[in-house]
Design a protein around this ligand. Structure first.
Ligand code: SAM
Length: 283
């Protein structure tokens, strides 16, 4: 790879050559910094197969192709598969599917790739307008994905990886940290893209936890967590009242969970939240 796709000159040349204008509606910002794509791909644990959401013109795909046995990309923009055929013509292990990722049968896809290549990771520079639904689709996949390494807006990375008691700790943090160890790997300044977005981004990694504590129906647990954060500034008691039979029941749940009546949801760590939920279910 003497002339990587992820460079200012090469991205510009490809955009000019194909008269391609980035579509805002598809969240298109193409990476122009080779060190960023190298760092992301080498952190991705993609030695088996890797799924990429939104390959664009192939900046990150190229690095994944060098490290992985097989790269399966989902791209919604019908202009791009033809261009990717050219830009990635050196690699015979890249498969580009013209499909909205949110519509794909992810379970079947992961199962098939796992059977063929042993493991499946996800690595992508996500279109910002569907970051949360894409991540929840990945989180809810019944076929295990051990590593998800994605570029998102920095504020979004902060919300997922927020520690308890911090300003950005909320339902997204509790939910994702129940399932994964979540780590922000590094920040990516806006100048590393063409076109440059208005805000900085970050690469965040979700590593599946080996053992998940039993909370019964995970979706029901997540709904409970969301309910506890509905009115962030109010106390937990205030939020619990809305999902308990009465104020008395809500207060008893808090007491039985060994919490102070004045506690707020953002003060509860992973264990405290699970404990609260178990008490709530038994109320
Ligand atoms: N990976 C490329 C890079 O890093 O330069 C492009 C990243 S760009 C931020 C997001 C990409 O996701 C675009 O190529 C866009 O067309 C694609 N995309 C947007 N919505 C999508 C969807 N629902 N399913 C699959 N791809 C999508």
């Amino acid at each position: 790879m003497s002339n990587p796709i992820a460079s200012v000159a090469r991205v510009k040349q490809i955009l000019d050559q194909y008269d391609l204008h980035a579509k805002k509606g598809f969240g298109q910002n193409f990476l122009t910094d080779v060190s960023v794509v190298k760092r992301a791909a080498s952190a991705a644990h993609c030695e088996g197969a890797v799924i990429e959401i939104g390959p664009g013109i192939g900046s990150l795909t190229e690095q994944l192709a060098m490290l992985s046995q097989h790269v399966r990309c989902y791209e919604v923009d019908e202009r791009l598969p033809r261009i990717l055929e050219d830009t990635l013509s050196e690699y015979d292990n890249v498969e580009v599917l013209l499909q909205d990722f949110l519509e794909c049968d992810l379970e079947a896809s992961v199962k098939e790739l796992k059977e063929k290549y042993g493991s499946v990771a996800v690595c992508a520079n996500l279109p910002y307008y569907i970051t949360t639904p894409v991540l929840f689709k990945l989180f809810e996949c019944k076929e295990e994905i051990n590593y998800i390494t994605v570029m998102v807006q920095k504020e979004v990375a902060d919300r997922f990886s927020a520690p308890v008691n911090s300003k950005t700790y909320g339902a997204l943090s509790v939910e994702s940290q129940y399932l994964y160890e979540v780590k922000t790997l590094f920040k990516v300044p806006a100048k590393c893209f063409n076109p440059a977005p208005r805000i900085d981004s970050a690469i965040i990694q979700f590593k599946k936890r080996d053992v998940l504590e039993d909370v019964g129906d995970v979706n029901a647990y997540f709904n409970f967590v969301k309910a506890c954060f509905v009115q962030r500034r109010k106390t937990l008691f205030n939020n619990l009242k809305a999902i308990c039979e009465s104020s008395e029941v809500a207060m008893k749940v808090i007491e039985d969970a060994n919490l102070k009546p004045s506690v707020r949801a953002q003060e509860l760590d992973r264990e405290a939240f699970m404990n609260l939920y178990r008490v709530y279910l038994k109320r």
